[in-house]
Design a protein around this ligand. Sequence first.
Ligand code: G3P
Ligand code: CA
Length: 384
Amino acid sequence: MENSIVKNSGRTITGLIFVVIAALVATLLVSPADAAPSKGKPDKGTSVAPVVVGHRGASGYRPEHTLASYELAAKLGADFIEPDLVSTKDGVLVARHENEIGGTTDVADHPEFADRKTTKVIDGKEITGWFTEDFTLAELKTLRAKERLPKERQQNTIYDGQFEVPTFDEVLELREQLSKELGRKIGVYPETKHPTYFQSIGLSLEPGVVAALKDHQLNKAKAPVIVQSFELTNLQQLRTELGLKTPSAFLTSASGAPYDLESTGDERTYADLVSPEGLAEISEFVTGIGPVKDQVIPREADGALGEPTSLVADAHEAGLVVHPYTFRAENTFLPVDYRNGSNPADYGKILEEMKAYLETGIDGLFTDNPDIGVLAVEQYMASK
Ligand code: G3P
Ligand code: CA
């Protein structure tokens, strides 16, 4: 009996060593470098863990698009950090969700910039505020970020006034530093914001994106990078004219049309472009799609989560990976049957919502709460 225990213990220890080595190998195999889709070779979501994209960093916990938000996202386990990119007056790419910065910085509290407040038409919509393209980088650096959603995320307001607006270059430096510190490749998922508009004012975003990736040795097919946009033309130009070698993704909305198409009389809508024919067409120059999550599982008329569409299967058929956006923990962002109580700011059943989406075969997800995304992926993978 004793011998048997010793023998079995030996087997157990050998087994444990094997399991640990296998787990390490598996971790390396699903690192973002490999998880990033290769053109024409999609991850169909069957053997590789779906990736977690820290949407605007860990914006559920820190003011969005700050180095603190990106750093926390990586430390909470995100595979990718996600900077949205706009341009300054002097042509520097900075991380903001839109070029109007009144909602996410303290610019309104700077009397020296009061005369910069203006009204512009961006992508056909009239917007009043302060715009990045009217500030040099040095001027923007005097501003500080603030929480976009103070009602839903009051706890994040303690960081108001703490963090600068980062440049894309600073985000890529942070990515490199965090990859070394955490011992895994942190991916970056940059989005060109309002590309047609920035081209129209002589501040095209795309050359700077490629140049920055090159500066950081990231313009490679296997780099842990996915460049994304809600417009098609710039994604085509990046691939065919500007020498982008990384994977890329086309973002889609449940309604409307890409502004580059709309503004040139091309009648194709987002709905057309996520049809099987549309997906086959865009698969010529992108490696994935980033649909709004309602295009993967729409809500019923009463706001409850409905049944999955064929989008994931259609995209996989076209050789495209699918990374829907945006998963957020607060009730106000969740389907009514995934809420806890009636306070819009309280957390609902986000873990269950994410797992319902993972069951559709998606290859990753954008979330403001990367720690919960990691947990959902772990539980989903363990259930298979
Ligand atoms: O890029 C994916 C998702 O971030 C798109 O939505 O508006 O948050 O940039 P938005
Ligand atoms: Ca984005």
